[in-house]
Structures are given as structure tokens and as C-alpha cells.
Write a protein that binds this ligand. Structure first.
Ligand SMILES: [Zn+2]
Length: 257
């Protein structure tokens, strides 16, 4: 019998200096009188990939808790922890979460007026955070660091472009199919659920992470050796074609331009 000793960070070759929670511990509320921190996942991490040290954890919390689509746990968490963090930072945190932001008065169904922050989410930073969570889960599940690219589809953020919408629909359908035989995990399902699918012969695999009941992100793990240009280029090429371009798969057509 051999024991595999892992000496590197979950996301890079550096030596680990601490353990990182996957996803960040701050997403799991403590103030609601129920235990929502059952068996949280941790992985070895270097300083650079520890979200607590880089303030990515705070960014992710403010980007997820309380946004439209959250269950009650996510909403309640926002009204306690996130709002406190935002007022402590004097609005700086909100500026980090939303690229362009303004505060608008919004009338609720009961007639109350509340202030709501509007703006574009910082998608690049969000993508980066979700990809790191994917790497952490992969490490936890498969006992090794994933070497390659992690692509995220943040499906709770709407897109305006029709071709991109069709392409997302295609990607999500394929990932759902890949994951259909794999069981969903997460001991605090109201906060976080996850599934990492089996590796295919090329070394690629898929995953799905869901925050606060409804906020889903689909993940594709593309190994270094993989020729992803083949299908990514089809989407890029379709944008410059004036006729409709479709992907036909499993009896369904997806328009991608
Ligand atoms: Zn690292």
C-alpha cells in the first residue's frame, strides 16, 4: 500500500501555508440559530490562493448573499453579515462587487421604499472566484491538483446576446447530461451544494456548484492536453456569419449567433 503525500497548494505548485475553506466559510451563516457549518471542506493553500488573505471571500459573500434568486437563508445572511460589512467598509465593498454602480430607490409590493444597489457584477473576478472553488472541490474529491483551465458558466447572471444565450444553453445541457449519474453533495444544502463528475478518457470533467438554493454555476475542467479550440472557434466564427448558425446535438438545435 502506498500513501500519497500532497505537498502543494490546491491551485498551484507552491507549498501550502494554511488551509482554505471551499467555498469560503463566511458564506455559511452562524447567526440564524441553526448549524449551517456542518463538515465544511478545507484544502491546503498557499497565501496567494487563500481567499481570506486576498479579500476574495468578502467579495464573493457580497456578490452572492441577498441577490435575486437566493433562498431565505441567503437573504437573511445578507441583512445581517453583508450589510454590516458594507457599512463598515463605507461603500468600498459594494464598489468591488459591482463595476458600475448607483443606488436607486425601489418600491416594494407593500409600499415600503428601500435603497437598492444597481450595477454590473464584476464578472471577471466572479469567474476567477468560482474557478478556484472548482479547483478546491476537485482537489478534495480526486485527491490531486487539477492542471488545466476551469471554465465557468454563471447561469444566474443573465446575458443579452442571443448567440451567447444559445451557446450557454448548449453547454449547460451537455454538463447536466454528464452529471446525471453523479450524486449531489454538500452537508449544508441550503447554503451550498456541489457535484464533480467523473473524468472522461481525455481527462476532462464537469461540475456544478449551487449557492443559497438557486444560484448555479456550471464548471468545465479542460486539461492542458485538450484541443478545446475545435468547439470554441465554432462559436467565435458564428458571430461573423450573417446566416443563423446552429449546433445540432441529441435531437436539439441550439442557435449560437
Ligand atoms: Zn497556490
Amino acid at each position: 500500500m502506498s500513501i500519497k503525500i500532497i505537498k502543494s497548494c490546491y491551485a498551484c505548485d507552491s507549498s501550502p501555508t494554511s488551509r482554505e475553506h471551499v467555498p469560503p466559510k463566511c458564506l455559511f451563516p452562524t447567526e440564524l440559530g441553526i448549524n449551517l457549518r456542518k463538515n465544511l471542506i478545507t484544502v491546503p493553500s498557499c497565501d496567494k490562493h487563500n481567499g481570506k488573505k486576498s479579500d476574495d471571500d468578502e467579495f464573493l459573500l457580497a456578490s452572492l448573499a441577498g441577490i435575486i434568486g437566493c433562498n431565505n437563508i441567503g437573504m437573511l445572511h445578507k441583512f445581517t453579515k453583508v450589510d454590516r460589512a458594507i457599512s463598515r467598509s463605507g461603500g468600498r465593498l459594494l464598489k468591488k462587487v459591482l463595476k458600475i454602480q448607483e443606488i436607486k430607490s425601489h418600491k416594494l409590493a407593500n409600499g415600503d421604499i428601500v435603497d437598492v444597489a444597481w450595477g454590473k457584477p464584476d464578472l471577471e473576478r466572479l469567474n476567477n472566484s468560482f474557478a478556484l472553488i472548482g479547483r478546491g472541490l476537485y482537489f478534495h474529491e480526486l485527491g490531486e491538483r487539477f492542471k488545466g483551465k476551469v471554465i465557468c458558466e454563471i447561469v444566474y447572471v443573465p446575458i443579452n446576446d442571443r448567440g451567447r444565450t444559445g451557446y450557454r444553453e448548449f453547454a449547460v445541457d451537455q454538463i447536466q447530461k454528464e452529471l446525471s449519474g453523479t450524486s449531489v453533495k454538500g452537508e449544508n444544502p441550503d447554503v451550498f451544494q456541489w457535484v464533480i463528475g467523473p473524468k472522461d478518457p481525455s481527462g476532462a470533467c464537469c461540475g456544478r456548484i449551487v449557492f443559497y438554493g438557486n444560484l448555479a454555476v456550471y464548471l468545465a475542467f479542460i486539461p492542458e492536453s485538450f484541443q478545446e479550440e475545435d468547439y470554441l472557434n465554432l462559436y467565435d466564427i458564428s458571430k461573423s456569419v450573417s446566416k443563423p448558425v446552429y449546433i445540432q446535438k441529441d435531437g436539439k438545435r441550439y442557435r449560437i449567433n
